[in-house]
Design a protein around this ligand. Structure first.
Ligand SMILES: Nc1ncnc2c1ncn2[C@@H]1O[C@H](COP(=O)(O)OP(=O)(O)OP(=O)(O)O)[C@@H](O)[C@H]1O
Ligand SMILES: [Mg+2]
Length: 230
């Protein structure tokens, strides 16, 4: 019998991998949220129903419920990071989205060179802010929080290019080839390797694309191309 051969392109493989990670995150976070919900109820019971007395026990209970809420937010973030389901698009100003993303990313040591104009796009504001914050975060990481990040726009007839440039460590060929792969990261601490995967997914769901120009040791330029509303 003839053996069937199945082969997927890198893009198809990445889509399948992302979907699997998204499904896992969704099941895991659903279960975790249930457990966190019961823990929160229990701490409410001790505080408000049993009315535990004493400064120390109450301090501990307060800490318990705030830590549970923090964990709950982290689970929500994990879900946002790994799965893009539906977008809520509206007509908005790209200027506002970029200004907010830059504001969120400001730290001492990083200098921003910004050249933006008011451009109307049809976008999910939160998700698009997530995209630019994530790209700027990568730039900051590449410069070890010291240097200049430039954010500018190049407006064409139907599209706008947002160009985010850093003068950090840049990428070697292998990193550039794999940087959009799910869970690909060259970072040792705290990185999941989903930033560019999810950003590309979100941008493509807006009819756009992402292109990267880089050289090892010579920084990185990320081009996010999005359709304009006329
Ligand atoms: N501006 C940049 N300069 C140099 N390398 C970069 C830059 N942006 C991305 N990279 C490389 O691409 C890899 C993948 O980036 P991505 O944002 O997907 O994941 P991450 O930053 O490692 O983790 P996460 O974003 O999930 O916290 C990074 O680990 C890094 O090697
Ligand atoms: Mg990242």
């Amino acid at each position: 019998m003839e053996e069937k051969k199945y082969s997927l392109t890198k893009k198809e493989l990445n889509t399948e991998k992302s979907k699997a990670i998204g499904r896992f995150a969704s099941v895991a976070s659903h279960d975790l949220k249930n457990v966190l919900g019961s823990l929160l109820n229990m701490s409410y019971y001790f505080t408000k129903v049993l009315k535990v007395e004493g400064e120390m026990p109450n301090k501990m209970l307060g800490l318990l419920s705030s830590e549970i809420k923090r964990l709950n937010n982290m689970v929500t973030e994990l879900l946002d990071m790994t799965r893009v389901k539906q977008l809520t698009k509206e007509s908005c100003d790209l200027f506002g989205i970029l200004t907010k993303s830059i504001e969120n990313s400001k730290v001492e040591g990083i200098n921003f060179e910004v050249n933006l104009s008011h451009i109307k796009i049809h976008a999910d504001i939160l998700r698009m802010t997530q995209v630019f914050s994530s790209i700027i975060k990568n730039a900051k990481d590449a410069m070890q929080n010291k240097g200049t990040i430039s954010v500018k726009m190049v407006v064409n007839e139907n599209f706008v290019d947002v160009v985010i440039t850093d003068d950090g460590i840049g990428m070697d060929e292998e990193t550039l080839e794999n940087c959009f792969d799910p869970m690909f990261s060259t970072k040792t601490t705290k990185a999941v390797g989903m930033g560019l995967t999810v950003s590309l997914q979100i941008v493509e769901m807006h009819g756009g694309k992402i292109k990267i120009e880089t050289e090892k040791g010579n920084g990185c330029a990320v081009y996010v191309t999005l359709p304009i509303i006329k």
